[in-house]
Design a protein around this ligand. Structure first.
Ligand code: UGA
Length: 436
């Protein structure tokens, strides 16, 4: 099929490359000329495993030609289905900011006014229940001067891929959720996903757009709350000198609990969990319901970075007083250069607030870091960051940190507080785990 993908962020670029790999003709539309140029050169505009290979395979001079990029919305006219993969950030009060989606839908609608045959629009961005039906569809109708169900149909297809493993997650989904209030739109979305569903043998959930929207929030809220719960239990374990990871391994054997997302530590970050949990809490509160469990999950998540810093402070007689602290890891998780809502941000700010100075190292995220934190010295390697330091905290579980050994000997004061259980406890330095 001929597909257009509006937006070339983590989701849009990955989805476009994967759809091309499944045999579709895909055009990515984005306002950022640099991103468009990168894709057309056959290179990946973001750091994501497996993506450079797919983009080189389908775009650029040696590609199959199935993937192209442009800044021009008119490219939509040559396609049958458009996926809206635009960002849905949060307002200061935590609620969803739909303005980028609204602007994209307006431009898309104005473009569709020129189209004589049927078109299906699919919302892939994470939007609170009702957004597709009550906001996006009316904008498309107004801007195209046509009626949904007659000239075009609208569907909602939430995405469950994770940064760092996005390509693999997209190509091997545990489910495909197709939401539509229109049979023709639903049939089109089915046609788009048929090759993936056949290849991955994935279950398909067919539903209406509001339920599809809610499934995405429920998925992320459940996982975020699961991590907060294991962090709560982990904090209790710490009080009893019990290893929370041993406990998690045992409870994870219960199918009803499951072994994934039971890694306790400094908490959840990234561009999705914090924003999505806040947005669904805010949307629920607007309708008169305050969700106590989700509010507690957020509250606990906000406290974990402070607990990490507390543990280091205990080893420094409670005071930082100019101490030079090494922060190992800046990305919100390994495998990405993304620092959005990384737990490194509150950890660094707290260390600085309490009088410490910070030297940081991350294998890929250091270029992004100055957008989020100030007054940090960046080192070229973990070894250089640790050299002469008065203490260290681990915020991201990069594999290379597991291999660190004599590097700790070069610290002025060899104390390591691990927020991710990646460093091995051994003789020669003081090791403290956050929940073990
Ligand atoms: C998350 C979801 O896992 C995806 O299914 C979803 O599609 C995506 O959000 C989205 O809405 O777009 P992502 O934010 O890329 O994906 O990252 P995760 O791997 O879920 O990790 C999120 C945070 O939780 C990270 O900070 C990670 O360190 C933390 N985490 C994860 C833990 O603290 N413990 C765990 O056991 C697992």
């Amino acid at each position: 099929m001929r597909l257009s993908i509006i937006g070339s962020g983590y989701v849009g670029t990955t989805v476009a490359a994967c759809f091309a790999d499944l045999g579709h003709e895909v055009v990515n539309v984005d306002i950022d000329e640099e991103i468009v140029e990168a894709i057309n050169d056959g290179t990946a505009p973001i750091h994501e495993e497996g993506l450079p290979e797919l983009i080189a395979k389908h775009a650029g001079p040696n590609g199959t030609g199935r993937l192209k990029a442009t800044t021009d919305y008119a490219a939509v006219l040559d396609t049958e289905v458009t996926f809206l993969c635009l960002p849905t950030p949060q307002n200061d009060d935590g609620s969803i900011d739909l303005s980028i989606m609204e602007a994209g839908a307006t431009q898309l609608g104005e473009t569709l006014a020129e189209k004589s045959d049927w078109h299906t629009v699919v919302v892939k961005s994470t939007v609170v229940p009702g957004s597709t039906e009550d906001t996006i569809t009316p904008i498309l109708e107004d801007a195209s001067d046509t009626t949904a169900g007659e000239a075009f149909g609208v569907g909602m297809n939430p995405e469950f891929l994770r940064e760092g493993t996005a390509v693999n997650d997209f190509l091997n989904p545990d489910k495909v959720v197709l939401g539509a209030d229109d049979d023709r739109a639903l049939a089109d979305i089915h046609d788009v996903f048929d090759p993936l569903v056949a290849q991955a043998d994935a279950p398909v959930v067919e539903t209406d757009t509001r339920t599809a929207e809610m499934i995405k929030y429920a998925n992320n809220a459940f996982l975020a709350a699961k991590i907060s719960l294991i962090n709560d239990i982990g904090n209790i374990c710490k009080q009893f000198d019990i290893d929370a990871y041993e406990v998690a391994d045992a409870i994870g054997l219960d199918d009803r609990i499951g072994e994934q997302f039971l890694r306790s530590g400094v908490g959840w970050g990234g561009s999705c969990f914090p924003k999505d949990v806040s947005a669904i809490i805010s949307a629920a509160e607007e309708r008169g319901y305050e969700p106590p469990v989700l509010n507690a999950a957020v509250d606990l998540n906000e406290r974990q970075p402070g607990r990490l810093v507390d543990l280091l402070a205990e080893h420094l007689d409670g005071e930082f007083d100019g101490a030079r602290v090494t922060v190992l890891g800046l990305a919100f998780k390994p495998g990405t250069d993304d620092m959005r809502n990384s737990r490194a941000i509150p950890v660094i700010r707290d260390l600085q607030k309490r009088g410490g100075t910070v030297t940081a190292y991350d294998p890929v995220a250091m270029d992004n870091a100055p957008d989020y934190v100030d007054d940090v010295t960046y080192a070229d390697s973990a070894a250089a960051a640790l050299d002469g330091a008065d203490g260290a905290v681990v915020v991201t579980d990069w594999d290379e940190f597991a291999a660190l050994d004599e590097e700790f000997d070069a610290m002025a004061n060899p104390i390591v507080v691990d927020g991710r259980r990646i460093i091995e406890r051994r003789d020669g330095f003081t090791y403290e785990g956050l929940t073990w």
